[in-house]
Design a protein around this ligand. Sequence first.
Ligand code: NAD
Length: 284
Amino acid sequence: MTIIDGKQISASIKEAVAAQVATFPEKYGRVPHLTVIRVGEDPASVVYVRNKAKACEDCGIRNTTIVLPEETTEEALLEQIQTLNADASVDGILVQLPLPRHISEARVIETIAREKDVDGFHPLHVAGLWQKTPHMSPCTPSGIMKLLEAIGIDPKGKRAVVIGRSNIVGLPVAKMLLDANATVTLCHTRTVNLPEVTRQAEILIVAAGRAKMVGADMVADGAVVIDVGMDRDPETGQLCGDVDFDAVAPKASAITPVPGGVGPMTIACLMENTVECFLRHVSC
Ligand code: NAD
């Protein structure tokens, strides 16, 4: 059984990004610039935004973090985004989700200029993913596909089951697996007899946001298990995934830990996306 080392795989992606970025000052006179906006003090968001800033530092990417108070109005946030859209020194814009409830995430996402949307959440990028036209790929699903590739798993012809149908993880990763020629089943809260479905999986992707919901009885012998969850264990309060790692690992052929699996890959892919936005920006 392989414990998939997302930390190490992401570190090599970031090293490659750093080497590429190091050549930019001579070629283009500057480095990429990512601006991250955080609204409010959600503790998980504080950590995610800090980790993104640290990754930028590691890669030689310029980072600006803008912190707005919880009571910021939607209008004020949209104005801030429009200012950044118009700022030629900014290549990428990321608004950390979730946002306070009085702000529409959909309006925020569609206000970010498509060419600066490093998250790949803009409706035109989503359309590009589903229509196979050029688009920015969302970071977490891309990170999952890169993990599979790194451990030599080709989804072609395999039965893949995804738990979760969110716009940011479940749906796009299902589409990417489909494009990689897997036979894909997408499960959700209304799926009947979930364990029976997940036991069919040769590749099981879990993105439900429910601590340790996947036990050994839900996993086939030899399955590759990718745990996207970032949850709190209700008993210990510790960070854990959607998969009961200790119970499932002995059955799996490969499994991601939490932390140290998908999370660092998301950030590495964000660095790659920032470089992609930069290269398009400097060439237009
Ligand atoms: P979400 O709440 O938007 O979606 C959860 C999905 O799971 C829904 O489609 C729901 O139908 C399904 N679901 C929930 N409970 C279920 C159950 N008992 N049975 C079957 N389906 C069920 O969540 P999300 O934004 O997709 O995130 C999912 C998890 O992944 C969360 O823990 C989140 O923190 C984590 N996450 C991690 C990263 C990362 O970089 N590691 C990135 C994004 C999200």
